[in-house]
Write a protein that binds this ligand. Structure first.
Ligand SMILES: [Fe+2]
Ligand SMILES: [Fe+2]
Length: 248
């Protein structure tokens, strides 16, 4: 008996990394969409290691714009399904929610504080490690287990739902908002609007350096507004203690 068969017998399935598009349910399957974005993330993380200064900041914001909507759509669309169909879904999803929470907190610190180069290097190093672990947990454990429970048709339907939410999801870290529905779903719309405005400010500031200070002020007040949205009680509902900012 080879190891794959043993893995299957234990209910884990084959890593997404070892399956092609057809095996994963075709181009619109949620598994193909996940794998595609994980590969993009891998390229960006390699670029991050090869750049510095302003260039590295630009790579970093591309990583944020990829990672936050991606994770948000996982938390609001995929993990609830995994908790319904897998007996160990609760433990599996809690682990990746903790990884997502750590990413949110690391990025908030990277963005917000004046850091000396050594601190920044350390935070960036940790960020890369957690993001890579998150991908491995999903591709090797969570998603293959999900694959065993759903038909290809269901994987494609889930792919459409995941993509829809991903496209309207927040693009920045919001560590205080619940990692679980219903709080995260309620927060999505106002936070997405505010995040998109901040992204526009960043792009505009880059194109027109003279108005950058004004645009940065606007961006900061949008960040404050987002902070107020995050703290609305209802948006924190559904969270487990381990990923809750208040409970630590
Ligand atoms: Fe993912
Ligand atoms: Fe993830």
């Amino acid at each position: 008996m080879n190891h794959h068969v043993v893995g299957r017998a234990q209910g884990r399935g084959t890593s997404l990394a070892d399956q092609d598009e057809a095996q994963l349910g075709g181009p619109t399957s949620v598994l193909v969409r996940q794998k595609r974005e994980h590969i993009r993330l891998d390229h960006l993380l390699n670029e991050l290691a090869q750049t510095s200064g302003a260039e590295q900041d630009r790579v970093l914001s591309r990583i944020y714009r990829l990672v936050f909507p991606h994770a948000f759509a996982e938390e609001s669309v995929l993990w609830p399904v995994i908790r319904r169909v897998l007996p160990d879904g609760e433990a599996l999803t809690l682990q990746v929610e903790e990884e997502h929470q750590e990413v949110n907190e690391l990025v908030t610190r990277l963005d917000g504080e004046a850091l000396d180069p050594a601190e920044r290097r350390e935070l960036l190093g940790r960020l890369v490690t957690v993001l890579r672990e998150d991908v491995r947990d999903e591709e090797d454990a969570l998603l293959p287990s999900l694959q065993q429970q759903l038909s290809e048709r269901q994987l494609r339907q889930l792919g459409v739902a995941w993509e829809l939410v991903r496209r309207t999801a927040p693009t920045r870290p919001h560590p205080v908002v619940s990692r679980r529905p219903p709080g995260n779903a309620l927060a999505a719309l106002p936070l997405t609007v505010l995040d998109n405005l901040r992204d526009l400010c960043a792009v505009a500031a880059h194109r027109a350096p003279r108005s950058a200070p004004t645009l940065n002020n606007v961006s900061h007040s949008l960040a404050r507004a987002a902070g107020q949205v995050e703290r609305i009680g209802a948006l924190r509902r559904g969270e487990r203690d381990l990923t809750s900012v208040e409970n630590r």
